[in-house]
Write a protein that binds this ligand. Sequence first.
Ligand SMILES: [Zn+2]
Length: 385
Amino acid sequence: MAGKKKKRSSAKSGGRRAKTARRNSKLLTSLLAAFLVLAILAGLSYYFFIYRKRGPGGESGTPPAVFTGEISLHFLELGNKYAGDCILIKAGDTEVLIDGGSREQSADAIERYVNRFCTDGILEYVIVTHADQDHIAAFAGNKTYPSLFERYECRTIVDFPLTDKNTQTYAHYCASRDAEVKAGAVHYTALQCYRETGGAKRSYALAEGVTLEFLYNYYYEHRSSDENNYSVCFLITQGTSRYLFTGDLEKDGEKRLVEGNDLPRCKLFKAGHHGSNTSSTEELLSVIRPEYVCICCCAGSPEYTGIAENTFPTKGMLDRVLHYTRQIFVTSLATDVDLEKREWNYTSMNGDIMIVTDGVNFTVQGSKNSVPLPDTDWYAANRAG
Ligand SMILES: [Zn+2]
């Protein structure tokens, strides 16, 4: 009996052991499954909330990647001390490059910057506002510095219908542009776009909810004594937000722009003519009421004048803009200025200015700093009061 009992009890305890083992292995499996689910969730969260926002190598200074719903607008430094425009707009995989100043060698600085955002070598849209060197030189190019048209596959090129320029730079620009057209690009003037003739469209969708619309400028079809008035003007719409670009349009051009278009309030305005006193007039500002103003210039440089307060960005222009916003940003800053000899060097003010926006929230990030101009020492010393 005792033996049987023992046997039974040992069989019983063996069954209990097996049960416990089964329970343990079940627990282990559940734990493993839970751990796996957690690991997958952590991985996915990292990918969606950190990696995709920051991009690979984000920690080492790579700017945040632009993802669905956001676009980025970039106001570039040009690698030298001269004023000029070059603006990159990125909406999803679509890139728009506006102007290529300020000298032929700027093409190197522009390419370096653009390649951080444009990875397929294709610029879907190129807009060239007018024929002045500080807007076309990098597209004109030369033997040492190949044109931006040679460095990228440009799909749609829109430029100015009129010019009075007969410079060598302009001739080079036309030759480079025409070669790009031969290679497959389409070319329209802004007037063709506005009128929707020859296959051109007034409005282009850059991404879902983001459009680029060419505005009417009286000087697309009338002669002006000022080349700047021929500037191509357009509006970017993102949801309910608008961003206005007017090249170097002057006072009279701005007046006619207001008369010829039903201009909306604009969140962002690329300051007309590098912050000249003859642009960004009250007539235009009172209609668009900008919240962010970006100025492409070398602040305080005597490139065009020896009168301190008329150097870009001028005191008059800043005083007018300050009625609407303090969010004013400037690419470069003149150093070692000699107003009499009109000599200077340069460094970054904000540097390359990047604005990332979903149409509601705006993040301004300068490659050097993100301090608005009215808060800078330069402003206090040169423009305040
Ligand atoms: Zn200019």
